[in-house]
Design a protein around this ligand. Sequence first.
Ligand code: SF4
Length: 354
Amino acid sequence: MTSRFDQLADQVLAGKPATEDDALAVLRAHDDELLDVVAAAARLRREHFGNTVKVNYLVNLKSGLCPENCNYCSQALGSTADILKYKWLSTEEALEQAAAGLKGGATRVCMVSSGRGPTNKDVERVADMVGTLKTEHPEVEVCACLGLLKDGQAERLRDAGVDAYNHNINTAESHHDQIVQTHTYADRVDTVAKAKQAGLSPCSGLIAGLGETDEQLVEALFALRELESDSIPVNFLMPFDGTPFENTWELTPARCVLILAMARFVCPDREVRIAGGREMHLRSLQGLALHVANSIFLGDYLTSEGQAAQADLELIADHGFVVLGSQDDADGARGSVDPAKRRRGAGTVVAPNA
Ligand code: SF4
């Protein structure tokens, strides 16, 4: 029997966009419909992205010490989260980090700095890093994420070789003022528009689990569709101790899959990226989520550690996907790993794996 979500996929594939009611229905699917939702959303994913997974790598150029008060952020003003804090990396340090990500299989490097927005000097610093990175790795895609942009800065970054600019709307306009007070939703939208006008590929997404309603999650996704965001990072709140959202746990693994599926139905041909909080919230459903989303970050996040990069690559291969731009992508080859020989538990003096 064809599920109601398959019918929705048929409709979207036929060119009729999902409505807000459709999106809400996906978000509110019953537990016993989870696989129906994934199977239907996977058809859209395969239609636009085949069996590829885009792998992105974050380089945190400047960490912590931010004057803004985004309540979810470990780097924010007032956060007492015990994170790494440092000022700008040098060009050499940034390149060393980026090279590690590229070696691991990433095709896009996301160069991020904390702060309200860059000064023109900061933009020049990043322009220099990007120029050097592109000289050494001409094939790499670079996304900059430096905060709110002033006039002319997006154009300067584009001229330096930046391909995309990330600035998340984070949540629905109707919920924005509950999560940050030092800048407005309109400020965020303005920066996405500036990036797009300059010819940079707009990357803008959200964070789920911030106390928003289902309707507000749908509102945020439709806003991203309206903004024509090419890439949509979907973050799941990591509730750092020392931030206003500490001890806020609103998400389940199945809920996270439904949120990603909703994003896929609303924006079927856009890169839907499973972003921060993937391991913590999706847990053993990370693989299922890859049948809906088509992009991940490799390795670590800005201020938190992800699972081992090798585990990310195995996750992709185990689910029958290939890393976009890799040799596997080119020739359809599949890797293999030797079984890890047991050296603990019975027959050893080492504690068992239990
Ligand atoms: S999200 Fe960005 S602007 Fe907001 S506090 Fe964190 S680093 Fe600062």
